[in-house]
Design a protein around this ligand. Structure first.
Ligand code: DGL
Length: 275
């Protein structure tokens, strides 16, 4: 019988920033990470493609013992979260660009949202802006190709730094002092952003808030069995296991934090797990 666990889903490696935040709070949580790398990047896909993939993946995850599901992908949440709630009967935690804390903490009243094209053009960000962005100028900057670079393990190359510099030059020159990371992959860019931004600019990463919300839901839903007496983190990918491992190693070598995995599995398109 499969063991109860928290399922964490992303199109690729970015959701591991959320797994790290969970691990920092409770290293004994039982976590199964599923990256739908075969369909990466979600940022370039249509809403209906994303909805179909997210529902299919979530159903497989719940069938295998997931008692609480984290959709650690802004693009997937923007396109599919509301639909998913109709299909899945375990508690779901989503992620969204941290526009609210950025808007609350900016002094210059100018903030930047960095995200995929799908998230920047989605209704969810429009709603966040309407709800929390009225008193600030919000520069939403789509970053095509950036998640792809991170997915291959690049979090600090010259090319990546120059891409960030080009995107951020104007808003920073105009006085933006808060940057909201609207893609979980960008959670690995702390070092790169520190290199190019004045230290007066605040960076908001939603991973910690997602981890806090998850721990609250564990208590509320009496899912304390999800915390074991030792670390138990496993991962599965729908694409190449080898490439995923290489990217994790590269990110770790560049100083990115990824929690240790207890073992790796490969999950195919239909959800059958093959070691
Ligand atoms: N990690 C995903 C997100 O938070 C994006 C990567 C992709 O385009 O698939 O939006």
């Amino acid at each position: 019988m499969s063991q109860d666990h928290i399922g964490v889903f992303d199109s690729g490696i970015g959701g591991l920033t959320v797994v790290q935040a969970l691990y920092d709070k409770d290293p004994n949580l039982s976590v199964r990470y599923f990256a739908d790398t075969k369909f990466f990047p979600y940022g370039d896909r249509t809403q209906s493609e994303i909805i179909a993939r997210v529902i299919k993946s979530a159903q497989v995850m719940v069938k295998s013992g997931c008692k609480l599901l984290i959709i650690a992908c802004n693009t997937a949440c923007s396109a599919a979260l509301e639909h998913l709630r109709e299909y899945i009967n375990v508690p779901i935690v989503g992620v969204e660009p941290p526009l609210k804390p950025a808007a609350q903490n900016t002094i210059s009243k100018r903030i930047v949202i960095l995200a995929t094209e799908g998230t920047v053009s989605g209704d969810r960000l429009a709603k966040l802006k309407a709800d929390y962005g009225n008193n600030v100028v919000v520069d939403s900057i789509p970053m095509p190709g950036l998640a792809d670079m991170i997915e291959s393990g690049d979090i600090d190359s010259e090319e990546l730094i120059s891409k960030l510099k080009i995107a951020l030059r104007k808003p920073i020159n105009r006085g933006a002092d808060a940057i909201a990371l609207g893609c979980t992959h960008y959670g690995f860019l702390g070092g790169a952003l520190d290199q190019i931004l004045p230290n007066t600019v605040l960076i908001f990463d939603p991973a910690d808030a997602v981890a806090r919300r998850t721990l609250d839901l564990i208590k509320e839903n009496q899912l304390l069995q999800l915390s074991k007496h030792e670390a138990d983190i496993q991962y599965q990918v729908s694409g190449s296991h080898r490439l995923f491992n290489i990217a994790m190693d590269k990110i770790r070598a560049s100083g990115g934090k990824i929690p240790p995995m207890t073992r790796g599995n490969f999950i195919d398109f239909h959800g059958e797990i093959v070691d």
